[in-house]
Design a protein around this ligand. Structure first.
Ligand code: FE2
Length: 237
């Protein structure tokens, strides 16, 4: 039996960075105050941090899992609570960040987890991350499928619109139609600094990865937005 979950730290970090970029723009589109935008951006970066501990439970020394795949799936659903636990243990005490992370897999119709919250019971930050998280996942390659382009991803999300807060989803559509979803992110660690490109293609059949963006004729400062190091500054990992 193969593992259904194979965590790759780099991929998890990249997912977090992409989601945080999307969350920042969506939160601004929703006219939230800039300090709130900053805190939600941070929550977007850290929302899946619990997967690292989950991987340890599933495959590491803390083996608590049954060999059944269904059991693995059950434990996968623990990751949002584990994310909350890790942040709380690390001293995060901002309820906006903690609650946004804890409930980022709740669906608007009440079918999500961990608490089956419904509608406005779900914290606003969690509803924002939910939309960005699903979009980022759909527009990223997975071992079992190629990534969808941005328009396909939006169509797939419309099919599942009951999972999302419609007002937030419509704001998200405005963001990606107006500004696209391409980001140039500067990541600093000590003296080292790297620039990574993130984003979703707008049209199908693009074989190029992120590296292909420059060849699209896009001016670096025109459509790409830079999420500055100071916008996120993760100190947890
Ligand atoms: Fe998640």
């Amino acid at each position: 039996m193969g593992r259904i979950v194979d965590y790759n730290l780099t991929e998890e970090l990249e997912h977090g960075i992409f989601v945080s970029c999307l969350v920042r723009d969506l939160a601004r589109e929703l006219n939230l105050d800039e300090p709130v935008v900053y805190r939600l951006t941070l929550a977007g970066l850290l929302h899946d941090i619990g997967k690292l501990r989950l991987a340890n439970y599933l495959y590491g020394t803390e083996k608590i899992v049954s060999p059944l795949v269904v059991e693995e799936m059950k434990y996968v659903r623990m990751h949002s609570m584990l994310s909350y636990d890790i942040l709380a243990e690390r001293g995060y005490d901002d309820p906006l960040i903690l609650e946004s992370v804890r409930y980022h897999h709740e669906n608007f119709d009440g079918s999500g987890y961990p608490a089956n919250l419904k509608g406005d019971e779900i914290p606003l930050g969690a509803r924002i991350i939910r939309v960005c998280d699903v979009f980022a996942a759909l527009t990223t390659d997975r071992p079992y499928r190629r990534r969808f382009d941005a328009d396909e991803a939006v169509r797939l999300m419309i099919d599942e619109i009951r999972h999302f807060d419609l007002k937030i989803f419509l704001a998200f559509e405005r963001v990606i139609h107006r500004t696209g979803t391409k980001y140039r992110v500067r990541i600093s660690a000590g003296d080292d600094e790297i620039i990574r490109l993130f984003g979703a293609e707008r049209e199908k059949a693009s074989e190029g990865g992120p590296e292909a963006y420059e060849a699209d004729g896009m001016e670096p400062d025109e459509e790409e937005r830079v999420l500055h190091e100071s916008d996120t500054a993760p100190s947890i990992i």
